[in-house]
Design a protein around this ligand. Structure first.
Ligand code: PGA
Length: 249
C-alpha cells in the first residue's frame, strides 16, 4: 500500500505569530491516522515549527534548499542546516521556483543529489504550463521533467522520493484539473516509472496532485486510483480547510 500524504505549501505567507497559531490550531484537529501530514513553512519558521510539531503527527518540510553542501552562497540554506534543526524533508522543483528563480531540470538534478546524499526526503514538484496542455504536449513535458531531474537515480534511491504533479495552470488559479485529468496524468507518470525502472517501483511511489485543491474537491480527486494525496497551497493556510482536506481520504 502506498502512503497517503497531504502536504501544505505555505509559500511566502504568514508572520511568526500567525505561523505558530496555525500549527497549534492544526495540532488541535483530529487528523486521519491513515494520512501522513506535512507542512512546508517559510524557512525562518522551520526551527520553531519543528519544535512545535515534535510530538505530533505533523512533519515539517522546507520549500527549497541549495545544491551545495556549504559555502559562499549568501541567502541560501543547505541540507545539513535543515537536518540540524530536525527538518528531513524538502520540496524541490516547485513551479514558482522554476518560473521566478530560473530553476532548470539540470539544477534540480543537482539539488536532488545533494538532498539524497544528506539523507533528506524529497517532494519533487513538476507539471506542464497551460500552453503545453493546450498543444497536447503535457505528457511529453512531464516525462522530460522526470527524466532530466530524476532518472539518473538508482531504484533504491526512490524510497526517498515523493512526486507532486502540479499543472501550472491550476496553481493558485481556482482552476483544478478534473479528477479524470489528474488520474490520466498520474497513470502516465506511473507507466513512465515502470518503463524506466519496473512495475514494483512504479507502484510504490506516492504521487500527489497539486493545484487548487480545496475541501470541496479533495475527496473526488483523492478517490482516483493513482492519486495518493495532495500538495496544498492556499487552502493549507486555514487549519479547518487543511484538516478537511487531510480527512477527505
Ligand atoms: P494552490 O497551490 O493549492 O494554491 O493552487 C498549490 C501549490 O502551489 O503547491
Amino acid at each position: 500500500m502506498r502512503n497517503h500524504i497531504v502536504a501544505g505549501n505555505w509559500k511566502m505567507n504568514l508572520n511568526a505569530a500567525e505561523s505558530q497559531k496555525l500549527i497549534e490550531d492544526l495540532k488541535s484537529k483530529k487528523l486521519s491516522s491513515d494520512v501522513r501530514v506535512a507542512i512546508a513553512t517559510p524557512a525562518v519558521y522551520l526551527a520553531t515549527a519543528a519544535n512545535q510539531t515534535a510530538n505530533s503527527k505533523i512533519d515539517v518540510a522546507a520549500q527549497n534548499m541549495h545544491q551545495a553542501d556549504s559555502g559562499a552562497f549568501t541567502g541560501e540554506i543547505s541540507a545539513s542546516m535543515l537536518k540540524s534543526i530536525g527538518v528531513h524533508t524538502t520540496l524541490l522543483g516547485h513551479s514558482e521556483r522554476r518560473a521566478y528563480f530560473h530553476e532548470t531540470d539540470e539544477l534540480l538534478a543537482a539539488k536532488v543529489n545533494t538532498a539524497l546524499k544528506n539523507g533528506m526526503e524529497i517532494i519533487f514538484c513538476f507539471g506542464e504550463e497551460l500552453d503545453e496542455r493546450k498543444s497536447e504536449s503535457h505528457f511529453d513535458v512531464v516525462t522530460t521533467q522526470l527524466r532530466n531531474a530524476l532518472f539518473h537515480l538508482d531504484a533504491s534511491q526512490w524510497s526517498q522520493i515523493i512526486l507532486a504533479y502540479e499543472p501550472v495552470w491550476a496553481i493558485g488559479t481556482g482552476e483544478t484539473a478534473s479528477p479524470e485529468q489528474a488520474q490520466e496524468m498520474h497513470a502516465h507518470i506511473r507507466a513512465v516509472l515502470a518503463a524506466q525502472y519496473d512495475d514494483a517501483l512504479a507502484q510504490s511511489i506516492s504521487i500527489l496532485y497539486g493545484g487548487s485543491v480545496k475541501p470541496a474537491n479533495a475527496q473526488e480527486i483523492f478517490s482516483q486510483p493513482d492519486v495518493d494525496g495532495g500538495l496544498i497551497g492556499g487552502a493549507s493556510l486555514k487549519a479547518d480547510d487543511f484538516a478537511a482536506i487531510v480527512n477527505a481520504f
